[in-house]
Design a protein around this ligand. Sequence first.
Ligand SMILES: *Cc1c(COP(=O)(O)O)cnc(C)c1O
Length: 851
Amino acid sequence: MKIQVSNSNAPVWHEATVSADLPAKLKPLEVIAKNLWWVWNSDAKNLFRDINPDMWRATGENPVMLLQRLSSERLEEMLKDSEMMGRIESVYKSFNDYMATPMRSDIPSVSYFSMEYGLCNCLKIYSGGLGVLAGDYIKEASDSRVDMTAVGFLYRYGYFTQTLSVDGQQIANYEPQNFNQLPIEQVTDEDGKPVILEVPYPGRIVYSHIWRVNVGRMKLYLMDTDFDLNSEYDRSITHQLYGGDWENRIKQEYLLGIGGMLMLKKLGINSDLYHCNEGHAALLNLQRLVDYVQEKGLNFNTALEIVRSTSLYTVHTPVPAGHDYFDEGLFGKYMGEFPARLGISWADLMNMGRENPDTNERFSMSVFALNTCQEANGVSWLHGEVSKKMFAGIWKGYSWEESHVGYVTNGVHMPTWAASEWKSFYAERLGEQVFANQSDPKAWEGIFNVSDEDIWNLRMRMKNKFINFVKRDFKAKWLANQGDPSAVMSIVDKINPDALIIGFARRFATYKRAHLLFTDLDRLAKIVNNERFPVQFVFSGKAHPADGAGQGLIKRILEISRMPQFLGKIIFLEDYNMIVAKRLVTGVDIWLNTPTRPLEASGTSGEKAEMNGVLNFSVLDGWWYEGYKFDEKAGWALTDRRTFTDQAQQDKLDAATIYSMLENEIVPLYFEKNSKGYSPKWIQYIKGSIGHIAPHFTMTRMINDYIDRFYNPEKKRSTALKADDFKLAKEIVAWKESVVEKWNGINVVSLDIKEANPNLTGEKLDVTAVIDTNGIGKDLGLEYVSYRVEDGVEHLYETKQFKVTKTDGNVLTYHLDEKVRDTGVFRYGFRLYPINPNLAHRQDFAFVRWI
Ligand SMILES: *Cc1c(COP(=O)(O)O)cnc(C)c1O
């Protein structure tokens, strides 16, 4: 026998996080660290920073880790530092005062589901805009005292951090998070043992831990399957955000929707409404259906009526390819048992996720969301329109213009994204009222009375802060990945506070067109190398690890940034995250955005810039389509007219427009400096952006829109539906069922169209229709629908209702006698539809018969 050289299995490690026991007088710090209120309250955040600035940075702005690492000498020192102790006391008092105010009870309670939350840098459960939006939203729920509970995942690896190789290749690093070092708390039972949620998956139970993130007054509950009760295969469900294959994705979405609902039940949380942030969480409505059927004994249709009336779906993706679709086989593997629980067939369930029922289409999460949510919305006015078109195929009897899909334009959480320097400035110059009334432009009017010089000085202060941040944090990174130390030093030396600095940072998805600026390198070189009017560009952003084109773009920008003519003029900051984002949106002069219209559903980074006196130069897409119109002398827009259908041609034209606007308008305006060193016209732009634009894009405005447009109306209607043991819901279902039964028996007896002069304007249309309603009677409506061609595109022009003029048993006579039309080319038709004032909208029961 040959003896093996060694024999060892893999180590079995046990985790222990040993931290200093804080002295009693410093305990408030522990409390504050475990509530993300500190993220948006600068006194608290700066307090943590000042305890040990280097460590604060080294921990990625993580107060829990900071407190765990403090030496006993430093703790001793703090106790003797009366100024520091005074600050702790004062922050603790503000925190307790804040927490003492209860949530409002006059507006509905809401459970909010999202795959990601961007709350602070150290909690790596976000990838980009969608997550930051969700994070901002729940912070605002706390500030606005909306009784909201949020549901998501605690990822072991989260989204990747980005490093760049010497040749410009993006390297995605996944580092495991130690949950004991995060500003979160595990949910435990009375004995202090972790609560374990059991989620039935086909053939097994998947177990989940529950973690609570205190976000001011509101709570975010996170699920985590990465522990030893689960098989390796299931532990990985919560490993990565947007990682793995489709099977992993359905396992995740199953956990988010089904598991999320079971978790809320276990925690005893029962909300009035359920809000699905993107389609990922839509299966929550499947679990809710099961609950109504199994626990309340409702039949499927009544359960659906209730579930729909209490849910809202927010779509963020403007192209169908961006939505989640599951093959029937894979979907069946996970969802196969649900139809039996609901008393429906497998085909019924599949059809709830299909635009065209009874085809072999894959199961679409967004179609399912639309079929189980009464209301749906896009995230800007323009994206609302795009979404109406995108989803029009689901309600075939209606044109996209008639869709109930609405919009709420995204906003940003001002206390998080305005620099603490600006917040102090606003408090001092505009009064504290500006925070309470931040969405009201009147509250901001005072900005126009502030002296130009003060604004300029503050802008320069922020710019220098940004430059110091770049020099300090990036020198080391560049030295590591650029090879040539002298080149790195010359980049660092060249960053110039007197230059016009333009920022461009976002996901490197190709539609964002980061390459646009580099279409004509000679022209760009002239712009950045103008001695009198220097311009610099700062780029940052990650590409999805599966997006080769996006990674290619990053590589290309790095190559260009190393060309002699661009060295130190075009700078790339690696690992775009919330810390880099904040420095950028507060520190540059201009925020540039060049997406292909209309693919930027909203975008929010430009909104962050507005409240920091940083001006937008952007394609008229997403939020800027609205923002620019509030003050066209407070930023710049690339026109929304499309000249070429060929994208490459359009890109060229857009690039030329960007260059010439920079050369002829923007750069000269910035450098039209007076004897005090600033351009008074530029300051006017800044004042306009703060006073006229920023207030419209705050989270306060956004949450109020959700309350007014969706939460309140849904609460009102669903309360009526549920009353008296679901009486109204049952009535509506009985009525719908009877209409469905009779629908195919509707018979058009006659249709008589009298048109004296069809080609003249203002002519009356005199139409009489005799319809055998097959017992539907007056609940069957008839309407005239016309379309007009404008600029080669057909638009819905008008609809007019017929009056019932005679009833003869089941046979009704309908009559229309009205002036219709203006000049133009029209097409028109007549359609029958069911009428019931208790319906939420036409798409609630989209039965249509054209006659
Ligand atoms: C605000 C923010 C975003 C969203 O930016 P857009 O590109 O405007 O959608 C993405 N990532 C981070 C880190 C952010 O802070």
